[in-house]
Design a protein. Structure first.
Length: 199
């Protein structure tokens, strides 16, 4: 029995690719309490309801978090939800899939073949990153949530947009070029970006 069969056909790598940690933090009303410090978000820990506004650190680029206070732990998307809900990693993945309408994987068999075909026609890495820009009020810098990626369409006349299923997008949307620095950051991650299906 393969891993997907054991876990109810959930594609864990796909969930990690399409659901940013910031989206989950927003669900728990924790994102509004974090402030941007350089490339990181910093604030009080929502896990142990801390008051020290410097002990919980989130790196949106890598989807990782760390509590330097009472929790003394860290992790990524599944670990955060597991800690908040006091459930296993597998159950955390199921919860996330339910919240954002991510169904069971239906592309297990042909995944590698499709990935090779898309890679040859559009390139392995996206050309743009997609952000939703949240206005945080007067005197505050807007907050940029990365919500997806875009690849050149096969005919060169447009972009294929890849967004997580069930994502609610409102406000301003910005496409920013995906550069070598982004590629280096993504190379550090255990999962790979998967280009969307061509129509």
């Amino acid at each position: 029995m393969n891993t997907e069969q054991q876990h109810g056909a959930l594609d864990f790598e796909h969930i990690k690719r399409v659901v940013p940690l910031t989206l989950v933090l927003e669900r728990y009303d924790a994102l509004a309490n974090l402030r941007r410090v350089g490339a990181q978000l910093v604030g009080a820990c929502p896990l142990h309801k801390g008051t020290n506004k410097r002990q919980f650190v989130v790196n949106p680029a890598t989807n990782e978090w760390k509590c330097f206070g009472d929790c003394q732990r860290g992790g990524a998307l599944f670990e955060f939800v597991a800690a908040m809900e006091n459930v296993s990693i597998v159950e955390a993945a199921r919860l996330i899939a339910g919240w954002y309408a991510i169904g069971p994987s239906t592309r297990v068999t042909n995944h590698r073949k499709e990935q090779r075909r898309t890679k040859m026609s559009t390139g392995d890495r996206p050309s743009h990153k997609i952000f939703v820009i949240e206005d945080r009020g007067e005197g505050k810098d807007p907050f940029w949530h990365r919500v997806g990626s875009a690849w050149p369409h096969g005919d060169g006349k447009g972009l294929n947009i890849h967004l997580p299923p069930g994502l609610s997008v409102s406000g301003k949307v910005s496409l920013r070029e995906y550069d070598d620095e982004d590629a280096a950051e993504d190379a550090k991650k255990p999962q790979k970006k998967e280009p969307p299906k061509r129509k």
